[in-house]
Design a protein around this ligand. Structure first.
Ligand SMILES: [Mn+2]
Length: 326
């Protein structure tokens, strides 16, 4: 952690926090955890959320000041970008946000893999070995000697738990477990976190899960599992695309599957079909995602297929290139 990074975040009196488009548990949890912890020590912290998020994670934003309009960016003396490294990752509103924030010092906290030759300036904190951005935020708070309030402890545990598959995936390092243990010592309750994250889904999300499971197909001698979400499935179940969080994991439950793929087609045409990948150890999901302009981690990656207009097209394009990875 550079001194420059700590000075920027430690010295700021008013901070705005961003994370990637359609934030997941780690993005929302680390945003809320940081905002609530900064609020506690007299810093004004607001969160700007881009896109949509899974409804059951809404509790994370309770008590958090949000700033969706960004009407007066000059009120902030620092911006923080979490779980990604570019305002491009904010989706359609990325360029507008980048322009608004142009004059504000930026601190980046991210655990995604670096591209070759990528240079890390002093106000970037990038640790691809970290299990989650939540784990990194906890490290930052310790260095700044800030004690998170109970809601922030919970939010950071949600971030860590959701990004590590409840501390079971290969990114669950000793450091990740230690970070979680420290938060449990501060009063964090993993049973409560599990209930909030996995036990409070809307019915429509389970109906969609059933349809997605029905679509499960294995290819390449059982090494590849492919599932899809189609506009028809969304219509039939009344579910939203944001209800599909973690569905991609389902394919990995099939014996022999080395990579699980979820193709998400919301019916908006070319460039919008999202492909999520989860792989077993030794299979490079990120390398495959990069072929299509995406990224992520070695065993969890995603991309928007630039050429496909629907799920069937994205599956065809995937099958043409996936062989080399399995
Ligand atoms: Mn993450």
């Amino acid at each position: 952690m550079t001194e420059e990074f700590l000075k920027l975040l430690g010295g700021a009196k008013s901070v705005v926090i961003f994370s990637h488009h359609n934030p997941d548990g780690d993005a929302l949890g680390s945003s809320a955890g940081l905002a609530l912890s900064l609020n506690c020590c007299g810093v004004k912290a607001a969160v700007h959320v881009a896109g949509t998020w899974s409804e059951h994670l809404g509790f994370l934003l309770e008590g958090v000041e949000t700033d969706e309009a960004l009407a007066d960016p000059s009120r902030y003396d620092a911006a923080v970008l979490l779980d990604c490294r570019s305002f491009d990752r904010l989706g359609p509103e990325g360029p507008e946000v980048a322009a608004k924030m142009a004059g504000i010092p930026l601190a980046v906290v991210d655990h995604h893999l670096l591209s070759e030759g990528e240079i890390i300036p002093g106000t970037w904190l990038v640790r691809p070995e970290a299990g989650s951005t939540g784990e990194m935020i906890w490290g930052v708070l310790k260095r700044l000697e800030r004690t998170p309030p109970p809601a922030a402890v919970r939010a950071l545990l949600v971030a860590m738990a959701t990004d590590t598959g409840f501390f079971t995936q290969s990114n669950t390092t000793p450091a990740a477990l230690r970070a979680a243990a420290e938060l449990v010592e501060l009063g964090g309750d993993l049973e409560e976190v599990r209930r909030l994250v996995s036990g409070a889904r809307p019915l429509r999300a389970l109906k969609l899960k059933g349809a997605v499971l029905t679509s499960l197909d294995v290819r390449l001698d059982g090494r590849l599992a492919i599932m899809r979400v189609t506009p028809e499935m969304l219509l039939e179940t009344g579910a939203l695309m944001s209800d599909t969080e973690n569905f991609v994991e389902l394919g990995r439950d099939v014996a022999g599957v080395m990579m699980s793929v979820l193709v998400k087609d919301s019916g908006r045409g070319a460039g919008t079909v999202r492909v999520s990948l989860r792989s077993r150890k030794g299979v490079d999901a990120q390398g495959l995602a990069q072929l299509f302009g995406g990224g992520g981690h070695r065993q969890a990656a995603a991309y928007n297929d630039p050429a496909a207009v629907d799920a069937a097209g994205a599956i065809e394009n995937l099958l043409a290139r996936v062989d080399a990875f399995l």
